[in-house]
Write a protein that binds this ligand. Structure first.
Ligand SMILES: Nc1nc2c(ncn2[C@@H]2O[C@H](COP(=O)(O)OP(=O)(O)O)[C@@H](O)[C@H]2O)c(=O)[nH]1
Ligand SMILES: [Mg+2]
Length: 328
């Protein structure tokens, strides 16, 4: 697995984004956060006021504000914290049926406070699956239909078994993607090189407005692989653009953005690349060195769609694939 090593030194602020965690008292907020933080279930007591924690996801620092769920705090604190957040996680205990209506009422209020562009995640706490799927679906529908304008995602979690907590982590990471988009950063160019039994495949994704060639970056952005069992992760500023590259011994990939500033999202750009390398490693475990152009094409189309908010301009990016070195 690739790590982000010391490349993150430019991230000086104590956190990259702040996310509010709200829900009625006893919904499981603190238990879920503790499990996310140290994979432990620990005894909790009712949160008095707020409690702030930093979760580190591959170098991304996410500030989680655990909002006390007692009525006193809901009335006095929630609106000011929620309205300043980059994202909202709302926890509902699906096993306490009598509280669901009250929970939904506060959820609807929270939606009014949170910024329009901030994503909202509802975690339906099932503890250790004390309720059935049908009941989970009902709660999920109830919360999902609360708002038409807000981006709401909804899934069930169990702090006891750890079910879906990884999904929560992924959601937190993609929250930052949305944040980045609102800061105006976008990817102009992505290229990957894969060693295969037939040679090195190059796959490029570029926006129609990409000026990589015009700026003469093409000779710099070439394939470069790591030594066996090693990895490379680099950040650079080239001709006024942020460029990140990652490689293992078999795969190499680059991302070029539309701007130069070392903004807080650089670590996310790196994460996008390390994720890509990990996925290709997974593909290699199945296919060996017989990875073909069509394997890569179908994977990249998925990658494009998953990350499409990232691409600049209104046009869908262009995709090209070819062999740059042939073994035959
Ligand atoms: N329904 C249910 N509640 C539980 C379970 N385990 C712990 N709890 C309750 O959940 C509370 C802890 O939740 P906590 O994380 O502090 O909730 P918070 O107020 O939302 O932060 C405890 O007071 C327990 O009473 C469980 O398996 N099922
Ligand atoms: Mg708590």
């Amino acid at each position: 697995m690739l790590g982000l090593k010391s490349n993150l030194s430019w991230l000086s602020s104590d956190r990259d984004v702040s996310i509010s965690v709200a829900g009625l008292d006893g919904a499981g907020k603190t238990t879920i956060i503790n499990k996310l933080l140290n994979d432990e279930i620990s005894e909790t007591y009712s949160t008095y006021g707020i409690n702030q924690e930093i979760v580190n996801i591959d170098g991304l620092k996410l500030g989680l504000t655990d909002l006390g769920g007692k009525e006193l705090f809901r009335k006095s604190l929630w609106s000011s914290y929620i309205s300043k957040s980059d994202g909202l996680i709302f926890v509902v205990d699906a096993t306490k049926k009598s509280q669901i209506a009250e929970s939904k009422k506060w959820f609807v209020r929270s939606l009014k406070w949170i910024k329009k562009e901030s994503p909202v995640l509802v975690l339906i706490n099932t503890w250790d699956k004390k309720i059935n799927q049908q009941e989970i679906n009902t709660v999920s529908e109830m919360f999902r239909t609360s708002s038409r304008s807000q981006l709401i995602d909804c899934f069930s979690v169990s702090p006891i078994t750890g079910e879906n907590l990884n999904k929560t982590i992924d959601w937190l990471a993609s929250t930052i993607i949305s944040n980045l988009v609102s800061t105006g950063i976008s990817v102009e160019y992505f290229v990957s090189y894969l060693r295969t039994d037939k040679g090195i495949i190059e796959a490029r994704i570029s926006t129609p407005t990409s000026i990589i060639d015009a700026e003469g970056l093409s000779p710099i952005i070439r394939y470069k692989f790591a030594e066996d069992k090693e990895s490379i992760l680099e950040y650079m500023n080239l001709k006024g653009r942020q460029v990140v590259m990652a490689a293992d011994a078999q795969t190499s990939c680059w991302l070029v953005t539309n701007q130069a500033e070392e903004i807080k999202g650089t670590s996310l750009l790196m994460k996008l690349l390390t994720e890509f390398i990990k996925e290709i490693q997974g593909l290699r475990e199945i296919k060996g060195s017989k990875i073909s152009e069509s394997d890569l094409t179908s994977y990249l189309i998925k990658y494009l769609i998953d990350n499409q908010t990232f691409w600049s301009g209104k046009d869908f990016p262009m995709f090209e694939i070819s062999y740059v070195e042939n073994n035959s």
